[in-house]
Write a protein that binds this ligand. Structure first.
Ligand code: MCA
Ligand code: AMP
Length: 493
């Protein structure tokens, strides 16, 4: 199975830029080879060993994600924003034995959990120089990547993509969105999700294009490069476009024109990971003359639906199935829906689909019905284009492009000794799409600040509720279940 055609050619073209340093494809190839040899250390395949890494966007990250797979391992990129207990969950679910991280990412708490789980921590530069034999050829069904995603039950699950599904995700987007060697794209999205890893990093590197690495989204730094016409392609979540528009409004007219001109000169602006509101689509077009290419994807599937690269892109719509993707809509009782106007849950078959949730056959089995993956997203077809109406479950929240589980957040808050009951929902927000809101019944008085502090120690900052309501009791139906939809009114105003 081919893995990374662009590396085989080497070449002097720029692959990655990190501040004022850059790496050519030849140099990236050398770094990847070092990673492969160091990881293999004398054997010829890692045999699906899950090799985790905790690197910000960097040359090492790129070399690891390509090198681990080439060595026959499964790459497990972890969030640099995760709490230690979240990391512990990922490491133990995936059965990780080696965690690569820069020394600056180490901490006493992480040392403790790694010791308890028997995980060795090492930096890329600590890998032995083994001069090992060449890695065995890869098979299509071999695991390549585990990305953690939240669901409607329990803690995040490890979505396993294979060499074949990752390759299909990359090649289908290269084709559909016209990637070229001359493309230059900024990468500021987190690198523990498909959007940043596959749609940007792997697509660009597979095609031989150049990627500018940013450790985080920074409108000022980014717009300077945009104004200098550095980029040809731009991909982001809607929240980032909202933030860019706010930033543009702070600039003097002349410089603002240079930045909007920089966007106008690009060949493609993509929006995805969450619904792009029509007013945002229109405002971006008015500012930059770019009509977003909005597409719909999911960690388990990669990209499934996309507006056309050439042809009419309709605001509020996510287009048609990408090549190799078959979509149908099903009713709550599992029947196929043929009436385009009738809302139904999207069910997908695709060569880009994942293999399994790692170590969780029960969830894997539940996720598919007769080979169709049930997405949990409800859609209609409107003059040939799909329109996402929302999610089947109120317990899935999308905030700034991150998928969050209300149940996971509730379970963490219930660990607080003074929290007796809690219900978490997402409430609409112009900037974030949704924000996390918690309704809490306390056993003993405790301040909002201390609950925020408690949450921060246990979960990623983006999961911490932004809105809180304290009540004597939660609304429940006759069966004792919290009636979550009725909670939205509690957070209005
Ligand atoms: C940061 N904060 C958030 C979020 N991000 N709160 C809610 N939701 C968020 N998404 C909080 C921080 O904890 C912090 O709170 C405060 O906001 C400012 O943090 P900062 O890091 O400065 O924010 P930022 O850099 O402006 O981050 C916003 C962001 C980021 C750039 C929009 O959230 C982001 O990169 N989102 C993209 C996620 C993504 O790529 N998702 C794709 C998955 P405090 O100050 O209180 O600590 S979906 C996917 O992959 C599928 C396949 C698909 O379809 O693409
Ligand atoms: P994740 O599991 O983090 O990959 O998020 C996937 C989910 O993001 C999907 O199931 C949708 O709910 C949502 N999503 C992704 N792209 C879009 C879009 N263009 N419009 C609406 N929802 C989207």
């Amino acid at each position: 199975m081919t893995w990374f055609p662009s590396l085989n050619h080497g070449g002097k073209a720029t692959a990655l830029v990190d501040g004022d340093r850059s790496l050519t494809y030849e140099e990236l190839n050398d770094t990847v080879t070092r990673v492969i040899d160091g990881l293999l250390n004398g054997v010829d395949s890692l045999d699906e060993e899950r090799v985790a890494f905790l690197y910000p966007a960097s040359f090492d990250f790129a070399a690891l994600i390509i090198g681990v797979v080439a060595a026959g391992g499964i790459a497990v990129p972890l969030s640099v924003h995760a709490s230690v207990s979240e990391l512990s969950h990922c490491l133990s679910v995936a059965g990780v034995k080696r965690l690569l991280l820069p020394s600056g990412m180490r901490s006493v708490a992480l040392d403790e959990i790694c010791e308890a789980l028997g995980v060795e921590q090492l930096a890329v530069e600590d890998l032995p120089e083994a001069g090992a034999p060449k890695a065995s050829p890869l098979t299509a069904e071999q695991g390549a990547l585990i990305v953690f995603t939240s669901g409607t039950t329990g803690k995040p699950k490890g979505v396993v993509h294979t060499v074949a599904s990752v390759s299909a995700m990359v090649t289908s987007l290269i084709e559909a969105w016209g990637w070229a060697e001359t493309d230059v794209i900024p990468l500021f999205l987190p690198l523990h999700h498909v959007h940043g890893i596959v749609n940007i990093l792997l697509c660009a590197l597979w095609r031989g294009a150049a990627v500018d690495l940013y450790t985080r989204f920074d409108a000022e730094q980014l717009c300077r490069k945009v104004a200098a016409d550095r980029y040809s392609v731009f991909m982001a979540v809607p929240t980032i476009y909202v933030k860019l528009i706010s930033y543009l409004k702070t600039l003097d007219e002349n410089y603002c024109d240079q930045v909007t001109e920089g966007f106008a000169n690009m060949r493609l602006n993509v929006s995805g990971s969450a619904a792009c509101p029509v007013p945002l689509f229109d405002e971006w077009e008015a500012l930059t003359s770019q009509r977003f290419l909005e597409r719909y994807g999911m960690t388990e599937l990669g990209m499934a639906l996309s507006n056309p690269y050439e042809g009419e892109r309709r605001p509020g719509h996510v287009g048609q199935p990408l090549p190799g993707v078959v979509i149908k809509r099903v009713s709550e009782s599992g029947e196929d829906i043929t009436d385009p106007d009738m809302p139904g849950e999207l069910a997908v078959k695709s060569r880009t689909a994942f293999r399994e949730y790692w170590g969780n056959p029960e969830s894997t089995e539940k996720a598919f019905v007769d080979g169709w993956f049930l997405t949990g997203d409800i859609a209609v077809i409107d003059e040939g284009a799909y329109r996402i109406l929302g999610r089947a479950s109120i317990d899935i929240i999308k905030s700034g492009g991150y998928k969050l589980s209300a149940l996971e957040i509730e379970a963490t808050l219930l660990e607080h000794p003074d929290v007796s009951e809690v219900a978490v929902i997402g409430v609409p927000d112009d900037e974030w799409g949704e924000i996390v809101a918690a309704a809490v019944v306390l056993g003993c008085p405790v301040s909002e600040d201390s609950l925020v502090q408690f949450s921060r120690e246990r979960m990623s900052g983006y999961k911490v509720p932004r809105k809180w309501v304290f009540a004597d009791a939660l609304p429940r139906n006759a069966l004792g279940k919290v009636t979550k939809p009725s909670l939205s009114a509690w957070f209005e105003g």
